[in-house]
Design a protein around this ligand. Structure first.
Ligand code: C2O
Length: 547
């Protein structure tokens, strides 16, 4: 009796489990929201855009091709740009010349290629069923979209010069070595010999762009990640190098321990664009654009019209690969199916539209390219670098206790105005140790038409954007949102931003404290909209997540 009853129970349990599994699967299918490959004909001028129309994208009328790997391609090596030889420079120049000579009605042309970058940002690509246009920046699509964009651009250049070994060079701007040539000055390959770029090759080089920042072109001038818009004063190399290494370490090792911190916020079909950027996209990626060519490279719309864009993004792509090799149990590819199944449309080396999914872009062996190895000393520099010093007087436990006691707790909403904003948050030291990582998560309602840059400091309430160095030990990361020019002003979407904090707290000797004092030091000196902050923090908390 009892045995037959238990078998009935077993059967109904199995039925129940099956039902739950099938409901879950149905829900997952119904909920799946990857972006489909966009039809480039759906590109429209953004709503208040009056400049060049990047939506005049070519079509041959041929059906959309599906991407296929090309195992027959030789393994191509992307070289460090400062080390390439003159023969390579001549070959690369020739390839870009040929690309520039193609009519803009050809998807392989230089013009069509840079317009394609513009189309994927600033609200140009519309899907009939989606309220919001596509924006691949400031989302988890940032790294992967640019990888594929470079892949096809490189394949087109290779085909134009009939050389399948051709690979784009990368601008090794994270490398602070003082070698000759310097890895982090503008490499000669993209320079020109008109007056302001005396270290160059040829003033009509197809790889040069006339609106470069003249200061950035001074030979020996190294790229900066913080003071990028000031007057062109002599550089203090030691200081710039120390700050840049510290920023690289902070944004990559300490602030970027998980996919969501490194890649940015999840972004699915139906979401508005610009949900939140990852640490690398925020900095150093952003400032390198602006420092190099404020006119073209600092807008998403035009940035790919400077050929150095491709060397810059090759380095971003290389650093994504490098990030995967750093210690930490959560440094993995994103496994969310909506990410993996999102698809994009590009032009292939025949000028035909091709659709390719994110999951096809995650293995460089299959794409048949790799990076020439260069040291990334910043990655291991952290724990014993003597140049990383506290910017507050050496803190004692009593000082920390007094600071914590004097700091208000975040109470659910905070208007971020000019000047620094300081609050404290609860943290759980034992959970943090068990979990191995810990993140600060901020959510905000932003005015999306202005730029928001905040340097974030821990236990340094007097910090300001202008006067507090990113070389300070207390600098724990930065938050950045680019202006989304084409977005309707009525929208005030929520922005999410996460940074890892555990490594930095360990380094500061503060991993045991039950509270953290956070200061947001904003770049803006005044609120963008009179009477409003343009930036309202709606949530701030410490989380322990694998994502
Ligand atoms: Cu699509 Cu560096 O920007």
């Amino acid at each position: 009796m009892s045995s037959s009853r238990s078998s009935v129970d077993m059967a109904s349990i199995v039925v129940l489990i099956l039902a739950v599994v099938s409901i879950t699967l149905t829900l997952q299918v119904a909920d799946a929201k990857p972006f489909p490959a966009p039809d480039l004909k759906l590109c429209q001028m953004a709503f208040n855009d009056t400049s060049e129309n990047c939506c005049t994208l070519p079509y041959t009328g041929a059906p959309l091709r599906k991407f296929a790997f090309k195992p027959e391609l030789p393994m191509r090596v992307r070289q460090a740009a400062h080390l390439v030889d003159d023969a390579f420079i001549a070959k690369y120049q020739r390839a870009v010349e040929l690309m520039k000579a193609l009519p803009e009605t050809d998807g392989r042309s230089f013009v069509a290629q840079y317009r394609l970058h513009c189309a994927y940002c600033n609200n140009h690509l519309h899907f009939p069923e989606n309220e919001y246009p596509l924006e691949i920046h400031q989302t988890w699509l940032f790294f992967v979209w640019h990888r594929l964009y470079l892949y096809f651009n490189e394949r087109i250049l290779a085909k134009l010069i009939e050389d399948d070994t051709f690979a784009l060079p990368y601008w090794n701007w994270d490398n602070q070595d003082g070698t000759n040539p310097l890895p982090n000055e503008i490499p000669k390959v993209w320079a020109s010999n008109i007056t302001i770029f005396p270290n160059a090759i040829n003033k009509t080089s197809s790889l040069f762009h006339e609106t470069r920042n003249p200061c950035a072109g001074i030979p020996g001038r190294i790229v900066e990640f913080q003071n990028i818009l000031g007057p062109c004063l002599p550089q203090n190399y030691t200081e710039v190098r120390a700050q840049s290494s510290h920023l690289m370490w902070t944004q990559t090792v300490s602030a970027g321990p998980t996919p969501s911190t490194w890649h940015g916020a999840s972004y699915r079909f139906g979401d508005f664009g610009g949900v939140g950027m990852g640490t690398m996209e925020a900095r150093p990626h952003g400032p390198v654009h602006v420092w190099t060519n404020i006119r073209q490279m600092s807008t998403n719309k035009d940035s790919a019209s400077d050929p150095i864009f491709f060397g810059h993004h090759a380095n971003v792509d290389r650093l994504w690969e490098h990030w995967l090799t750093l210690p930490g149990k959560y440094r993995k590819h994103i496994t969310d199916p909506d990410y993996l199944n999102t698809a994009f449309t590009f032009y292939d080396e025949d000028g035909e539209q091709v659709s390719v999914t994110v999951k096809e872009a995650l293995d460089l062996n299959l794409l048949r390219y790799k990076y020439q190895e260069m040291p990334a000393k910043w990655a291991t520099q952290g724990l014993n670098d003597p140049t990383w010093t506290f910017c507050s007087p050496t803190p004692t436990p009593a000082d920390d206790a007094a600071l914590i006691a004097a700091t208000p707790r975040f109470n659910g909403s905070l208007a971020i105005l000019s000047g620094p904003t300081t609050f404290k948050l609860k943290r759980r030291p034992s959970l943090s140790a068990r979990h191995g990582e810990e993140m600060l998560e901020l959510k905000a309602k932003l005015d999306f038409h202005t730029q928001h840059m905040q340097n974030i400091f821990a236990f340094l309430p007097n910090s300001t954007y202008q006067n507090t160095s990113i070389g300070c030990m207390e600098f724990i990361g930065c938050m950045f949102s680019i202006p989304h020019v084409g977005m309707s002003p009525d929208l005030k979407p929520e922005f999410t931003f996460r940074i890892g904090i555990r490594r930095k707290l360990e380094l500061m000797g503060r991993a045991h404290l039950k509270d953290i004092v956070i200061t947001l030091a904003g770049e803006k000196s005044a609120p963008p909209i009179p009477g409003e902050s343009g930036f309202e923090l709606t949530s701030a908390k410490i989380i322990y997540s694998k994502k």
